[in-house]
Each structure stands twice: as C-alpha cells, then as structure tokens.
Design a protein around this ligand. Structure first.
Ligand code: ZN
Ligand code: ZN
Length: 594
C-alpha cells in the first residue's frame, strides 16, 4: 500500500469528536506497533486529517517511541503543514536513535532552519547524538559553534553530547576542553571522556581521569568499569585492574555479563591467564564471547593444549564457535606444532560451522606450516589461497625463511612485502638479516642504504611496567628515570652474572635473529631489559615482573631474560607485538619460536 497517497486523501473535515478520540487512542497505544497500525487504519477510515499538526505530532511521537521504521514516521511527517518544534525534535530523535540510519538527522535540522522553526534546548542533544553515531567530527564542530552562538552550549546535556562526539571521534583534545569547561560533571560526562581516552590510544589519561573522578566523589558504573579495564589491558596495568576488580566485587557488578567479559579479557591481555580462568570459572552466565576470550587468551599466552581442551568443552556444551574462536584454535594448534589437527579444525570450521575462512585464518595456517619448518609448503599454500595474501602472511613466510635459511623464498616474500607495505621498516631488517646470514655483506649494505634513502625509520621501541599506582615507560638506553644510575649498575652486574651462566651477548648469530630494533650497544640496553632491571630493584624477591613491549622481543634479550628468570628466580611475563612470553626457571612458554 502506498501510505503517502492513502494519507493525503484524508483532507476532509472530521467531527471534533473523532479527532479527539483518535488522539486519545494514539496517546494510549504506546505499547504495541500492532495497535498503532490499527489506530492508523481507524483514522484513515474515519477521514481523520493526518495533516492536522496535533494528530501528526502524536502519531510521529508514538512511531518513534515504539522504534517503528523511520520511513513510516517520515511519510506522516511529509504530510504535515508547519510542524512545530516538538515534531521536528521527535523526527531528529527518531533518526538519532535508529540503529543504522542516523544520517538524515542533520539534513532534517537544516530543513528545520529553512522553515524558520527555532531549535530549542531539546534539539541539540538529539542532533548531536545522531552525529556522534556517524562519527563525523566536522559536523560536531559545526553544531558546537551553533550552540555557542545561540547560547545553548552551557546546558549540561548539550555539553555531554559534544563531549561524547569528540571522545567517540577520537578528538581527545577537544573532548578535554569541553570537559574542563563544564561546571557540573555528571557520571555521563565522566564516562564519555574516560571512554574516549581509553579507546583512542590514551589509556594513561583515562586512568588519571578515573583517579580525578574518585577524588570528586563520583561513583563509577558498569560503563566506567568496562572502559577502565580496556585501558588497563592495553597498558598491562595488572595491579590497577585488580583494584577495579575488588571494586566490582564490593558494589556487586560481577553479576554483569559484559563487565565479566571485559574482566576476563583484561586478565588474559595482562598475561595473568590463571586469574582469567578464575573469572571464567566464577561466571554464572557465559556467552560465546566469554569462551572465545579465554580460548584466544590461553592460545596467545602459550597454553595451546588448554585452549584446545576448552574448545572441545565448548563444543560438548553445544555452543556455536565464531570466526574469532577459530583464530584462537588454529593459533593454539600452530603453537603446539599440531599440524594435522590444525588442518582438521580448518576444514571443520568451513564444513561444520559454515565459516568462510578470513585472511587471519589463512595466516594461522601459513604460521602452522612455517613453524614446522615446511617453508616450501607454506609458500605453495599461499599461492593456492583463494584470498589475496596480505603483508602479515608474507612477513610470516619471510620470518620462517630467515629462521630456516631459505634465501630464494625470502627474496620472493620480500618483493611482495615491498609492494604491499613499501615503508615498513621491519621487512628491511628481516632481509638484511637474511643476507647477513648468507654472508652477502654487499647486499646488506644495499638494503641498509635503500632504507635510509626511502626514508624508512624504525619505530622506537618502548616498554611499560606498572609500579605502585603508576605505569612507567622505558626506551632504549633510557636514563630519565629515578634511580637510573642504580638500574644501569644492576644491568652491568646482570650481564656479568649471565656470563657465568653461559650467556654470550648476541651479536653474531644473525640466522636466528629477526629483530626490529637496532642492536644493543654496550651500556645501551633495549627497553625491556631496562624495565626489568628497574623492577628487580623496586619489587620484593619472588614478585612476578610484567612488561608490555611495543615491538618484537629480539633474540638477544629473549636469551638474556630466560637466564634472568633463572638466576633471580622470578617469573617474567612479556607481552610483545604479537604474543606473550612467560619466562620461568630459564625457559620460555613460546618454546623459542616467536
Ligand atoms: Zn632486545
Ligand atoms: Zn619467548
């Protein structure tokens, strides 16, 4: 049925009695879409003029409140003569609250201005909400300046919406400015700004804001807690996250599935897999996200067998795994060197669960073959893949070629990488190591020179550790920290101690070395060593040490840290760019392949 033409045929006069009845009916049917349609039909039957602003106003309001399709509301809206500000606002609100179609809100607002209807205090929060969904920071700025001009900017919900847009769009500076200018900050405001910082690579700022919030006596809720846990996970701030956990227990938020899932994810990402398992065990309600988080967490932390056991249990409970679950499963197979099982799961994923393999799954398969030393088969597998291999896949192959000394395939892999990511410094490093291993020194020089000419610079390495209430950052050869003299004295002592344990500083063995950082010079230690020495000095004997590193751990540091874990009897957990290393008693969970 063409609703518009049907509706426009109702330009007849109606008795006021029917009109009032219609309005009353509409006002009272806010509970069901079905009833709404019945009343709509009633009004058409009785020739009630839907272009009457009163009827239209209530009808649109009810359609929007029932989350009925906005096309329906719009059909009614287009019939209205001179809709008032309430109706415009309702339409804008409808678009703002619709799941996938908030874009028309702004054009509606423009039409409203053209129709000479003055926006009021309710217009901007809805409009800003719509804009924050489309993540368009320019539109947000535009509306921001309008609210300043017409004096609405100081209203708390306008500020909250502006704050939300800037934070959600990643414009943390503007978010902070709005936030600082607010006289009255409610929980919504704190949540917007904390979440904005947490999601946009500024976890430390998020945590600082949380401390401020506590000082101002504002109590956090579930949203605050989820943002905080994701910030703690990113920084590897285990102690701080544990305190958030204690708080959750105190206020009874541990019944919330979403909160529990982020708690589980937080512990897994901090390398504290036993605590992740405990959270999982205590959860009353679990969904596929909970199972998947723990499976992936176990796999990347080096507990491949346990990850696969958990997956089997998940299948026994008739839960349906998703594509990320299978990334964890395949990763676990690769880590455990379980080639046959890996291929088996890959096939079952497609056949039993109907999941189309994505590039990440193919990446796991290439890793599986590469890890097993089957470099040629890995290359053939890449060629037969139905998807275009990405840089990660070629880098996996290049790493395997370096490790297993296959220069020919290494060059092929690099040529693909050059096309895909011409400025990625890691690949130049890989290839120069490969040439060095074959003693083709002139080629090494050529690669190094082209690196300088192409303007490729290495990403500076840094390591994070948590001590007390703070997260400390260290860079290579960093001397900017308190007790830095003691730290370097300890590093020298460590080197001496390790030599007694048979440690040879790693400068020659380039074959096994695919590092991303400059080689360590004397007295210029990589950031993770500086961080570990700092923690050895500042924590009690036996305390585990956790480090988050932005690059891959180099072979030399890996070897040294294994020995440090033995000599100092400390568990050391490092999360590097791609995996976890759990060092204990002189060995590492990655089984020396990473
Ligand atoms: Zn290193
Ligand atoms: Zn390792």
């Amino acid at each position: 049925m063409n609703v518009s033409s049907k509706l426009s045929s109702t330009f007849f006069s109606t008795t006021p009695h029917i009109l009032t009845k219609c309005i009353t009916l509409i006002q009272h049917c806010a509970s069901s879409k079905h009833k709404l349609k019945q009343i709509h039909a009633f009004s058409i039957r009785h020739n009630v003029p839907l272009n009457n602003p009163d009827i239209g106003k209530y009808l649109i309001f009810t359609i929007v409140s029932l989350s009925a399709p906005m096309s329906y509301a719009n059909n009614v809206f287009t019939l209205l003569h001179n809709p008032n500000v309430f109706t415009w606002n309702t339409m804008i609100r409808g678009y703002a609250e619709s799941d996938n179609n908030s874009a028309p809100a702004l054009s509606l607002y423009r039409k409203m201005l053209v129709s000479c209807v003055e926006p009021d205090t309710h217009t901007y929060p809805f409009l800003l909400k719509a804009i924050s969904k489309s993540l368009n920071v320019r539109e947000g700025e535009m509306i921001h300046s309008v609210t300043i001009r017409n004096g609405f900017e100081s209203l708390i919900f306008v500020r909250n919406s502006l704050l939300h847009i800037y934070a959600a769009c990643g414009d943390t500076e503007s978010a902070r400015k709005v936030f600082v200018s607010m006289d009255e900050r409610d929980l919504v405001a704190w949540n917007s700004v904390i979440n904005g910082f947490a999601l946009n690579g500024k976890p430390n700022e998020a945590l600082n804001l949380f401390r401020e919030m506590s000082l101002e006596g504002v109590e956090p809720d579930g949203f605050t807690v989820v943002s905080l846990l994701s910030a703690c996970a990113e920084l590897g701030a285990l102690e701080l996250g544990r305190r958030v956990h204690v708080y959750l227990l105190k206020v009874g938020l541990t019944e919330n599935l979403h909160v529990n899932n982020s708690l589980l994810d937080f512990y897994a990402k901090c390398g504290s897999i036993r605590e992740a398992q405990q959270v999982f065990g205590e959860m009353r309600e679990r969904n596929v996200v909970s199972w998947t988080s723990l499976i992936v967490g176990l796999a990347v932390n080096g507990f491949g067998e346990e990850a696969l056991e958990l997956f089997k249990e998940m299948e026994r409970q008739k839960l349906v795994p998703g594509e990320i679950t299978f990334v964890g499963v395949l990763y676990a197979c690769s880590h455990c060197g379980m080639m046959e099982e890996g291929f088996n799961y890959f096939r079952r994923m497609k056949e039993e669960y109907g999941i189309m393999p994505k590039i990440e799954h193919y990446g796991c398969m290439v890793d599986l073959l590469s890890r097993a030393g089957l470099v040629k088969q890995a290359y053939e597998y890449i060629q037969d893949m139905p998807l275009q291999p990405n840089a990660v896949i070629w880098r996996t192959l290049l790493g395997a070629c370096t490790l297993h000394g296959d220069l020919g395939l290494g060059e092929i892999a690099r040529s693909h990488l050059l096309k895909l990511e011409p400025k990625h410094s890691g690949d130049y490093v890989l290839l120069s190591n490969l040439y060095a291993s074959e003693r083709r020194w002139s080629d090494v020089q050529i690669v190094r020179r082209s690196m300088i000419e192409d303007g490729v610079w290495k990403t500076p390495g840094y390591s994070l550790v948590e001590l007390g209430n703070r997260v400390f950052e260290f860079t290579m050869g960093d001397r900017s920290h308190p007790r830095s003299q003691d730290v370097y004295a300890l590093l020298e002592k460590i080197t001496e101690l390790l030599k007694l344990e048979g440690y040879v500083p790693h400068t020659e063995n380039v074959l096994a070395d695919i590092e991303e950082e400059e080689k360590e010079q004397a007295l210029s230690y990589h950031s993770e060593k500086v961080a570990i020495a700092f923690m050895l000095l500042n924590t009690a004997p036996g305390t585990p040490i956790r480090v988050v590193k932005n690059l891959r751990v180099c072979a030399d540091c890996h070897m040294a840290i294994k020995l440090i874990s033995k000599v100092y009897n400390r568990e050391i957990v490092i999360r590097d760019r791609s995996r976890f290393h759990h060092f204990r008693g002189g060995s590492c969970s990655c089984k020396n392949y990473w």
